[in-house]
Design a protein around this ligand. Structure first.
Ligand code: PRX
Length: 628
């Protein structure tokens, strides 16, 4: 583990000068069925990246079996239910190993083979981790879909990855709500011809319809299965999972990660960023439906044999002190959350923090969007008591692991700055003309110049889109889609997306998906959505909507529009404000000038930049005049 700043500088230098040596040294810590022939082959122009070539392994051997000798009785997860009156459940590494083996047998019995895609649509339960790991153990590719997505969004993702089997639950609890997941799943499965089986874990006990021949109960399938399952050996570059993320345009992208490089990097980054030590209690509040949950609830912690809290609920239930109550009761040492949660808790005041003893905390973390100074200070003063490091971890679904972050207590931290790259990560800042900005005090677009082990390998089924999205803006570079500043000390600060992705409460949302949902309304001709700053959510969505026909009741129409979004995408994508307009600012070639709409949505009516290509400048005047 990197233990001080000089050590970081030394390791960083080594990792850049001899990346192959650096990563192969670290890879020696793992169990391989066969070691690599060579470490790295790459060409960003194709793009092609292969790490630990021709090595053979199974990641679950490294997450589970490898720890059984020393840590069999150690807790892997302590599950904390949504309702504090319900009992928590702990599972040791040994028990998790047993359950994963049993469920691997269930998957095999249901015809799942190496390379098959399995969709997982579940709330935060231990069984979700079992389902994910069992897929990896049988060599199948898991595609976890966040359980807040709608039936339509779920079926789109199932069809894109042509999944064979889906794992879900009867229902889920979120605060005082019960969500009937199986019903949503049933609706999705009306349009998913490739799904042959649906395995249902009983969580809420609510009544569900089970379709003969397709639907099976988890507990019945598990009955009588053996707890022996020899892991299926896969190649280093065999895909481990697909995870969908929104893009600027078009449908969501199935980001595909491979096995060995992802394993090496999630393990390395978890240990070093959080400075994880053997007996630490670690808690990441993310949902496993997002990349943070994949890398830093499942793989990173398990690879390090860590004990994690797995929380089913939400920060506001039964009250806004829930996070801190869990920290106190479980003596959490490392706590990793999102700026949107910090802001929401800050807004409720210290009366929800003060009653709790947070002295067990050693490290705080943040991820998912830029953290504003006010939220950083609040976190630092009231949760960390100005005494413990905050790691501001910048990374993406596509990067697989944390890329730019301070290492807790080891490298310097700076409010609102992700600070310095991890070993092996070579960031650079580009201007719009494709020149690299090598100096201090520069601002531009963030790219990465050299491959790192956990980088995405492709977009499932669409390598061309992968190339166009990430490797075509700048020659021979991975383009992140983020804007970035390098300050006078060489520290990096991420300023936000420079494309049409909007990050709302830490969730990436693509404009195209939401606009096409709104366009389904019979009175809507055309829509443009943009993000604007929001105190708690970071960004909220503002929709400019051109209508046709007679709208009798604007309030109803607004509600109908949001219902369509909930149906097509999910509640996370609801729009905050809807303005009915007569026209949208378009260029002569018909492209919507979102930059102008973004300014209007944020109440900034000055300096719209170059508007000479606008087809009809009066449209802008009119929108401003009628702004809500
Ligand atoms: O804009 C950056 C922002 O989140 C984007 C990636 O989103 P997603 O793929 O959903 O993954 C989120 C969890 C890793 C990035 O392009 N982002 C993420 N972390 C930070 C951040 N922006 C600023 N600071 C961060 N620490």
């Amino acid at each position: 583990m990197i233990s001080n700043f000089n050590d970081y500088l030394k390791k960083y230098k080594e990792s850049v000068e001899s990346p192959e040596k650096f990563w192969s040294n670290y890879a020696e810590n793992f169990k391989w069925e066969k070691k690599w022939d060579d470490i790295l082959e790459w060409d960003f122009r194709v793009p092609k990246v292969e790490w630990f070539r021709n090595s053979k392994l199974n990641i679950t051997t490294n997450c589970l079996d490898r720890h059984l000798k020393k840590h069999s009785k150690k807790i892997a997860y302590k599950w904390i239910p949504n309702d504090p009156k319900e009992d928590s459940i702990s599972i040791t590494f040994e028990q998790l190993h047993v359950e994963v083996c049993k469920f691997s047998n269930v998957l095999t019995k249901n015809g799942v083979k190496k390379g098959d895609r399995v969709c997982i649509y579940m709330p935060m339960l231990i069984e979700l981790t079992i389902a994910v790991l069992a897929c990896a153990r049988v060599g199948a590719i898991h595609s976890v879909v966040f359980a807040g997505f709608s039936a339509q969004a779920l079926s789109e993702r199932i069809n894109d990855a042509t999944c064979k089997l889906i794992i879900t639950t009867d229902g889920s609890y979120r605060g005082d709500k019960e969500i009937k997941l199986k019903e949503i799943c049933d609706e999705a499965l009306e349009n998913t011809p490739t799904i042959k089986s649906c395995i249902v874990y009983k969580r809420t006990g609510s009544e569900v319809k089970m379709r003969n021949g397709r639907d099976k109960w988890w507990h019945e399938e598990m009955k009588g299965t053996t707890n022996i399952f020899e892991p299926i050996v896969v190649d280093a570059e065999d895909p481990l999972f697909i995870l969908y993320t929104s893009g600027s345009t078009g449908k969501p992208k199935g980001i595909q990660h491979s096995t060995a490089g992802y394993m090496i990097y999630t393990s390395f980054s978890f240990k070093n960023v959080f400075q994880y030590e053997e007996d630490d209690i670690y808690w990441c509040t993310a949902d496993i439906g997002w990349i943070t949950g994949h890398s830093y609830i499942i793989y990173g912690p398990l690879l390090n044999g860590a004990s994690s809290i797995l929380f089913e609920g939400i920060p506001s239930y039964p009250d806004f002190g829930r996070f801190w109550k869990i920290v106190e009761e479980n003596k959490v040492n490392i706590f990793y959350t999102a700026p949107t949660a910090i802001r929401a808790l800050e807004a409720k005041g210290l009366r929800y923090v003060k009653p709790y003893d947070l002295s067990s905390l050693k490290v705080l973390g943040t991820v998912g969007e830029p953290i504003n100074e006010d939220a950083w200070n609040w976190y630092n003063e009231n949760i960390g008591e100005k005494d413990i490091p905050i790691v501001d971890t910048w990374w993406q679904t596509e990067t697989g692991g944390i890329m730019i972050s301070n290492l807790a207590g080891v490298t310097p931290s700076k409010a609102t700055f992700a600070t310095l790259p991890l070993p092996g990560i070579q960031p650079c800042i580009m201007d719009n003309d494709g020149n690299e900005l090598n100096n201090l005090n520069v601002e531009g677009k963030l790219c990465i110049k050299f491959p790192w082990p956990s980088m995405a390998r492709t977009i499932y089924g669409d390598h061309k889109r992968f190339k166009d999205t990430y490797f075509s803006t700048f020659e021979n570079m991975y383009f992140t889609g983020d804007g970035c500043i390098r300050d006078n000390e060489g520290m990096y600060r991420i300023t936000g997306r420079v494309d049409d992705v909007i990050i709302v409460s830490g969730h990436n949302l693509g404009t195209a998906e939401i606009e096409s949902a709104i366009d389904e309304h019979p009175n809507v001709c055309e829509t443009a959505i943009v993000g604007y700053p929001h105190k708690i959510k970071g960004n909220a969505i503002y929709a400019f909507v051109i209508t046709q026909g007679d709208i009798k009741n604007e309030i109803n129409t607004r509600a109908e529009i949001n219902n369509l979004i909930v149906k097509n995408v999910g509640p996370i994508a609801k729009v905050e404000k809807i303005q009915f307009v007569k026209g949208l600012p378009k260029t002569r070639s018909g492209k919507i000038m979102r930059r102008i709409l973004r300014k209007i949505a944020s109440n900034d009516f000055s300096n719209f930049g170059d508007t000479s290509t606008l087809l009809d400048p009066n449209v802008v005047e009119e929108i401003i005049k009628e702004k809500i």
